[in-house]
Design a protein around this ligand. Structure first.
Ligand SMILES: NC(=O)c1ccc[n+]([C@@H]2O[C@H](COP(=O)([O-])OP(=O)(O)OC[C@H]3O[C@@H](n4cnc5c(N)ncnc54)[C@H](OP(=O)(O)O)[C@@H]3O)[C@@H](O)[C@H]2O)c1
Length: 332
């Protein structure tokens, strides 16, 4: 059984979403043909929701080509969902610039309307993000976009957007056993306003897996993807490698008790958080895939002993909300 969730009034997504940052460079050599044909394995397995961005290199184009292939072979496209992002540089956010970006994504993804546009902005001191939201809203009303979401915005800015009347269905943020900042303020706020969270970094780029269980603190050479490097830094801020090993051993015990794996426990832990609609798991298309193993998350139930054991470790760590700030602060 594939768990699903609904964003806004009608956007049905799989609760495990395939993440495409991994095809944009820094994650090993991606061969386009191989990558696109591997998307079929995910689709056939029922994992039919994809997360990408205008800044993820060929990702939107891979999605478009994959969609075209499905269409040509007469497949039903109704379950296929493409969530993209609009990540502009700090330039004037006028209609021409915003519309051009959205039209490019439409073209690359081979759709007539974008399912979800998740908007990112680098600098809160530059208020032109409200202009961007204004034009995104107009494009949504004209049918070019079905829903507007955010990525890496903090709770204060979300409140400001709602105060101005913008309708937002989701915020994509880092959320993992290591980084539980969303539950400090954002979760309650989102609940009140019917906004969902989409979580990334849930597997720490692969650090939260058996591969690193019992291993020494990895060197730069061992951390051979941008993703591993990013989340290794997060572990340093959280409490360091020794505490992380304690966590991995605890997760391994829980996994063994349920006849499953550490990634499944880490994913289920976040899927069970209030307001989380889905967890985005990075896919190094054509290099490595964990489809069947990750689907096992859907049949896993964690019990109160499991939560207590995890809490016993995380309570020894630094509070990343204090160290970094609310979600997205790491980008600013
Ligand atoms: N909005 C943002 O700012 C932002 C930032 C980061 C990511 N994202 C989104 O989130 C997605 C996820 O990226 P992430 O960097 O957070 O990575 P992640 O999902 O935490 O980790 C992905 C890696 O975990 C490993 N993995 C997956 N399933 C596994 C399993 N069952 N067993 C063992 N290892 C497993 C794989 O490593 P191997 O390939 O080595 O096997 C995979 O490459 C991105 O693609 C992107 O869509 C968004």
């Amino acid at each position: 059984m594939i768990e699903t969730a609904t964003l806004g009034s009608d956007l049905k997504i799989c609760r495990i979403i395939n993440g495409m940052w991994q095809v944009s460079g820094g994650h090993g050599h991606i061969t386009p043909q191989k990558a696109i044909s591997e998307m079929d394995l995910y689709h056939k397995a029922g994992l039919t929701s994809w997360d990408m961005a205008d800044i993820y290199g060929p990702a939107e184009g891979f999605f478009g080509k994959f969609r075209q292939n499905l269409e040509k072979s007469g497949h039903d496209l109704s379950g296929l969902v493409g969530l993209t992002k609009f990540v502009p540089n700090p330039v004037p956010m006028n209609r021409t610039i915003v519309e051009r970006a959205i039209k490019n994504s439409i073209l690359h993804m081979n759709v007539s309307s974008l399912d979800l546009v998740q908007f990112h902005w680098w600098d809160y001191d530059d208020p032109r993000y409200f202009d961007a939201l204004y034009h995104l809203t107009a494009l949504r009303d004209e049918g070019k976009i079905k829903h507007i979401g955010l990525t890496n915005f903090d709770t204060i800015r979300m409140q400001m957007m709602l105060d101005k009347g913008f309708v937002i269905v989701s915020n994509q943020v880092q959320y993992s056993i290591i980084d539980q900042r969303p539950q400090m303020e954002m979760e309650e706020f989102c609940k009140k306003h019917n906004i969902h969270l989409l979580a990334y970094g849930t597997l720490g780029g692969g650090l939260l897996s058996e591969r690193f269980l019992g291993s020494d603190d990895p060197t730069r050479i061992d951390l051979n993807t941008y993703s591993l490097q990013k989340y290794h830094n997060m572990i340093d801020a959280w409490g360091g490698w020794t505490l992380f090993q304690k966590l991995l051993h605890t997760l391994d015990k829980i996994a063994k008790k349920h006849h499953t794996s550490i990634p499944n426990v880490a994913t289920r832990f976040i899927l069970d958080k209030p307001q989380v609609a889905g967890v985005i798991i990075g896919a190094r298309l054509g290099i490595a895939q964990h489809i069947e193993q990750n689907k096992q998350t859907f049949s896993l139930n964690l019990d109160s002993d499991d939560y207590s054991a995890i809490q016993e470790i995380t309570s020894q760590a630094n509070d990343l909300f204090d160290v970094i700030g609310d979600c997205g602060s790491e980008y600013r």
